[in-house]
Design a protein around this ligand. Structure first.
Ligand code: BGC
Length: 748
């Protein structure tokens, strides 16, 4: 595999624990201890400031910057980095003064450092002792249901120091973006509040109130973009300062200060740390009772998968159609907050089987941004709609032209997700009202971007980049060709099945879809070239892949990772090393179309060449390893996928969590060990228990039933909260499951 774990956290089933301060991992910890609630996200930075490298990051879903002075390319179709998520105000700003001297965190002067994240409440606690003077404890929590509310709790307990102390707390709009000065313009401020605007006129209003358990004098000080309140008190007993913060945003920047003040007052009046703690307890109790994954006999993976479940629900609950899932969620600035094809490919399956409304909302995001995808297709001299490789608002925002212009898997991922969603929910209304229109435009894009070879025997895509981003400008990438063919086919299929429905007729009329256009597509589908060798059963990733110079990936030292930071950019394109599954990716999406020999031949050929530079890679390999009986490898890849961030496998967790691979970890256990297959006409399960586990349990939602699946080496037990409306294939037998428990012996 080439990558190794960098373990420094304690293992616990319900907590993430850092015992002792790990300076080398300080920024990794900032990412790991991030909290979010879809609306906003806060990295686990030090409230009191940290003198070395740190990313003080607070982010709001949908608050982004459009740089004013973009140097537009002279070349048509080359995209510019058009927008990116901005770092917002730090409402946890704190500075501590002992007497007149500012306390600066220094690992040599502190002891008993401990940080914990409680996955049952979303409360983060960090404490340490400063010499033998005093002990300090910071707590932080974001309300999971009243999204605008968060809290900071600071407790100072005297040991040998008794005397004057000051704590500055405030709202800091000076936060940096990618290390450069931020853009916030603070237009209004007052006691305990500040209102800032981005250059694109989106606004953020931050306001707090305080509850202090001792008498104190307070002094307010406005320093431009920093709004500080200094609290002076005498430390002669434990002092607790509770700060309740309300953060309100307006994406259009139209809300007046009075409206903000009124709205925030209402929220502040009803908020308290204790209330949020209780709200969250209930929230996580409900969440885990429906979604928990239990692993008996493997504490590290148990912690890993729970952490994934926790961060998953922190990032996206399906609250709004306007939100999507950034590759780093709301935990860092890498990838600029952008959503990728990851949402449809790795996240939709999770939500489809845990929270179908959220899956639909992710698709609605694409429907609502169809207009921009059509514009992008035009920029690329094509018809129809080309969905962006990276986006927050629907526009293409990737400034690497080779990705933005050559990768089409976002478009086919949208088509796949529509097909996959409707297949598993029978939400025909969605297909008629929204899905079909997207399919028509995506099919048109693929029809117009594809080309025939000179003797007109092969149709396909020249000059593309498939999911494996280590191969650029290739011809006949098997993934791209196959997915394009399917996308066109799905559109034709829906058209032919539902052409008498008024919604379909309306779309056909509005978009001017003609039968001759459909005939052209049918011919293209028929001649779509998928490079394949019948003798070896191997699909060639793209024409010419087999001849590329070979590199032994195990010869690459671990210090070279991530490769993008250590190898010259062109060097990674010149050999047969693979970043992430490409052939295996389409075999995953259409798993049931390929026989086991074909899957084995391709896995055995491609896996040894794969470096997993993309965090999305290990989970797919684990699923295949399970299916092929490579059980040890399946577990190794699962650990890699599940503890990707906790153990910093890819050495870049400090930039933010790999949120979409966190979704892939769910897919890993459910499709891998659980054997779920959702690409056929009947949903299938074929669970097995990894050799070193005693048992495991997962849940999924299907046609209004919640299904709990418990697996041990001998049997599986399914517990349903109501009769299942659809049949379910378990191993090779179809079951009509009823409410209650059904036990099946493994192998029967
Ligand atoms: C992967 C892409 C992915 C992106 C965001 C890249 O490293 O190669 O497939 O969409 O990360 O997760």
């Amino acid at each position: 595999m080439g990558k190794i774990a960098q373990r420094y956290l304690d293992v616990d089933p319900w907590k993430i624990i850092e015992t002792g301060f790990h300076e080398k991992q300080a920024v990794v910890s900032e990412s790991l201890f991030s909290l979010s609630n879809e609306y906003m996200g806060v990295r686990g930075f030090f409230d009191e400031g940290y003198p070395k490298e740190s990313l003080i990051g607070t982010y709001f879903n949908g608050i982004y910057e459009i740089p004013k002075n973009i140097q537009r390319s002279h070349y048509k179709g080359i995209s510019d980095k058009s927008h990116y998520m901005v770092n917002a105000a730090n409402a946890f700003y704190t500075r501590i003064f002992v007497g007149d001297e500012m306390f600066v965190f220094n690992p040599n002067n502190i002891s008993d450092y401990k940080r914990e994240l409680d996955l049952k409440t979303g409360e983060q606690t960090r404490s340490y002792q400063v010499k033998d003077l005093f002990k300090i404890t910071f707590k932080r929590i974001l309300n999971m249901t009243t999204y605008q509310v968060s809290h900071q709790n600071i407790k100072i307990e005297p040991i040998h120091y008794q005397g004057q102390m000051s704590i500055q707390i405030g709202i800091d709009f000076r936060t940096k973006h990618w290390g450069k000065p931020g853009f916030w313009d603070v237009k209004a401020y007052g006691n305990g509040y500040a209102l800032g605007y981005t250059t694109t006129n989106q606004s953020l209003f931050s306001r707090y109130n305080l509850d202090v358990n001792t008498s104190y004098q307070s002094q307010i000080n406005f320093k431009g973009r920093l709004n500080i309140e200094t609290i002076n008190f005498n430390l002669n007993k434990p002092v607790i300062i509770q700060k309740t913060i309300v953060s309100l945003i307006d994406k259009k920047g139209e809300k007046s200060i009075d409206t903000y003040l009124e709205e925030s007052s209402k929220l502040l009046n009803h908020a308290s740390y204790e209330k949020t703690y209780q709200d969250n307890q209930l929230f996580y109790q409900n969440y885990f009772s429906e979604n928990d994954i239990l692993i008996e006999g493997d504490p590290e993976n148990q912690q890993g998968i729970r952490y994934c479940l926790f961060q998953l629900v922190n990032t996206y609950l399906g609250v709004s159609e306007e939100n999507n899932i950034g590759a780093k969620g709301l935990t860092g600035e890498a990838y600029s907050g952008h959503a990728f094809w990851d949402s449809e490919t790795y996240c939709v399956p999770v939500y489809l089987f845990t929270n179908p409304k959220a899956a639909k909302n992710l698709l609605m995001f694409r429907y609502n941004t169809l207009k921009q995808a059509k514009k992008r297709a035009q920029e690329l001299d094509c018809k129809g709609a080309c969905y962006p490789i990276a986006t927050l608002n629907g526009d293409e925002a990737c400034d690497l032209w080779q990705h933005a212009s050559l990768q089409f898997q976002p478009s086919s991922a949208v088509a796949y997700a529509i097909w996959h969603y409707v297949k598993n929910t029978k939400d025909i209304d969605f297909m008629l009202n929204y899905g079909f229109e997207m399919l028509v435009e995506i099919a048109r894009f693929f029809s117009s971007r594809g080309q025939y070879n000179q003797d007109q025997t092969k149709f396909g895509y020249y000059g593309v980049m498939g999911p494996d981003e280590f191969q650029m400008m290739v011809n006949h990438n098997a993934y791209t060709n196959l997915l394009a063919k399917e996308s066109m086919f799905w559109m034709i299929d829906v058209y032919e099945t539902y052409q008498n429905q008024p919604q379909i007729q309306k779309v056909v009329q509005n978009l001017g879809l003609t039968t001759s256009e459909i005939e052209v597509m049918k011919k293209q589908c028929e001649l779509m070239y998928i490079p394949y060798d019948e003798k070896t059963k191997i699909y060639e990733q793209h024409e010419g892949f087999h001849d590329l110079p070979h590199i032994d990936i195990h010869s690459i030292p671990v210090t070279d990772f991530p490769l993008y930071a250590h190898w010259s950019y062109d060097r990674i394109y010149r050999n047969d090393m693979i970043k992430q599954p490409d052939v295996l990716m389409f075999m995953f999406l259409f798993n049931q179309r390929f026989d086991i020999e074909t899957k084995k031949a391709n896995y055995d050929y491609y896996e040894p060449k794969t470096i997993h530079e993309s965090s999305l890679s290990p989970s797919i390999h684990s699923i295949f390893a399970s299916e092929l009986g490579y059980k040890k490898q399946a577990l190794e890849f699962f650990r890699f996928a599940t503890r990707m961030d906790l153990d910093d496998y890819n050495r870049n967790t400090k930039e933010g969590l790999h949120l979409t691979s966190i979704a892939a970890a769910w897919v890993n256990i459910v499709y891998g060990f659980g054997g779920l297959r959702s690409d056929g006409n009947i949903l299938k399960l074929a669970p097995y228990c990894p050799d070193t586990w005693k048992s495991y349990q997962f849940n999924f939602h299907y046609f209004d039933s919640n299904i709990r699946v418990y697996v041990n080496p001998k049997e599986i037990t399914l517990t349903l909260d109501q009769d299942l409306k659809e049949p379910l294939m378990i191993y090779d037998k179809a079951y009509h499951l009823k409410k209650g428990m059904t036990t099946i012996h493994v192998g029967n």
